[in-house]
Design a protein around this ligand. Structure first.
Ligand code: ADP
Length: 323
């Protein structure tokens, strides 16, 4: 069905390496913004379309074997078509978007993307090319430091594919130059960066930073005070500070460690009460977290700060559409 739009669609860019939890993040966005949102807030779950930029890969897998270039390489992505289609969607037009099928490694027939109120444009390069970037109302970069990426990939590929640690390491090393050249630099231009580092207590615990650029479109959160939670093995600490992020002044809210999952509702409630600028309804963050309790990362800052970002996407939508 074609939706009648009373405002320009809101475009949100989400950049990250593949296999780093974008689908999990998007489930959290939909979970927080879905159908059961409190009165007075907009449920945007059913008016949101996700555009996966892998669909703009020029070659299929066999084609890339022939060119010898990785999918991370700018030359393997049709930025002209991507930019034109994102611009068309921003203007409220429908487009026939190509489809890259990950299972077969081939292109499927294009699909019709209808106008919608919110588009999440996710993939390796939403902020790379100026044409696509200029259509975005807000951009997020999910920045997973190599040590964390390696630990996650080892866990997955050793368990699921029977790889050795050396094979996983070699695979990461092989992708690293293109990742560094074409994907990682986008984090300088993102409006908000969600960064996963090893915890001060070491892996598998994480220190997760919400790096909010000052004066940008991301509506900032701050903390009333530093917070320490106990009860889990690592415990959790939340703090806030200013830093220079690749030349831009930023305010960081950081969570190190894990919450006590037996006491999740109380602890998230305490965190939520300590956040300034969340712009949600009472206990909304707690309820969103409890609802997705079994999703990956719910115990640490990845899940918590993803849920915060989800609420912020709605806030941006409400601001831009004058609600
Ligand atoms: P992508 O869509 O980027 O390929 P997925 O969301 O499918 O990534 O996640 C890839 C893998 O990483 C899955 O096995 C998932 O369980 C795991 N994962 C995702 N998010 C997290 C997280 N916050 N913490 C730990 N593991 C996660």
């Amino acid at each position: 069905a074609t939706k009648k739009l009373d405002h320009a669609p809101v475009m949100i860019g989400v950049a990250a390496d593949s296999g780093c939890g974008k689908s999990t993040f998007l489930r959290r966005v939909l979970g927080a913004l879905g159908t059961d949102v409190k009165p007075g807030h907009t449920a945007i779950g059913d008016m949101l379309t996700v555009i996966c930029l892998d669909d703009y890969h020029i070659n299929d897998r066999a084609g890339r074997k022939a060119t010898g270039q990785s999918a991370l390489d700018a030359r393997e992505n049709d930025f002209a078509l991507m930019g034109a289609q994102i611009e068309a969607l921003k203007q409220g037009k429908a487009v026939y978007k190509p489809i890259y099928n990950h299972d077969t490694g081939f292109k499927d027939p294009p699909e019709l993307i209808e106008p919608n109120k919110v588009f999440v444009v996710e993939g390796l390069h939403p902020i790379y090319d100026t044409k696509a970037r200029s259509q975005l109302d807000m951009s997020l970069y999910i920045d997973i430091v190599n040590e964390v990426k390696f630990a996650w990939k080892v866990k997955r590929d050793v368990a699921e594919r029977g790889w050795t640690e050396e094979q996983v390491q070699a695979d990461i090393q092989k992708r690293l130059p293109d990742f560094a050249a074409y994907v990682d630099p986008q984090k300088a231009d993102a409006d908000v960066i969600l960064r996963y580092e090893p915890s001060d207590q070491g892996l598998p615990y994480l220190k997760v930073k919400l790096i909010q650029k000052k004066g940008g479109p991301f509506p900032m959160i701050t903390l009333k005070k530093e917070l320490t939670l106990t009860g889990s093995k690592s415990g959790a600490t939340l703090k806030q500070y200013d830093m220079d992020w690749m030349g831009s002044p930023a305010t960081v809210v950081e969570m190190d460690g894990e919450i006590d999952m037996d006491n999740m509702d109380k602890q998230v409630e305490e965190i939520e009460a300590n956040i300034v600028g969340l712009a949600g309804s009472p206990n909304e963050l707690r309820d969103a977290m409890v609802k997705l309790k079994t999703s990956p990362g719910s115990q640490n800052g990845t899940g918590l700060l993803q849920a915060v970002i989800a609420m912020k996407i709605r806030e941006v939508y409400d601001k831009l559409t004058g609600r």
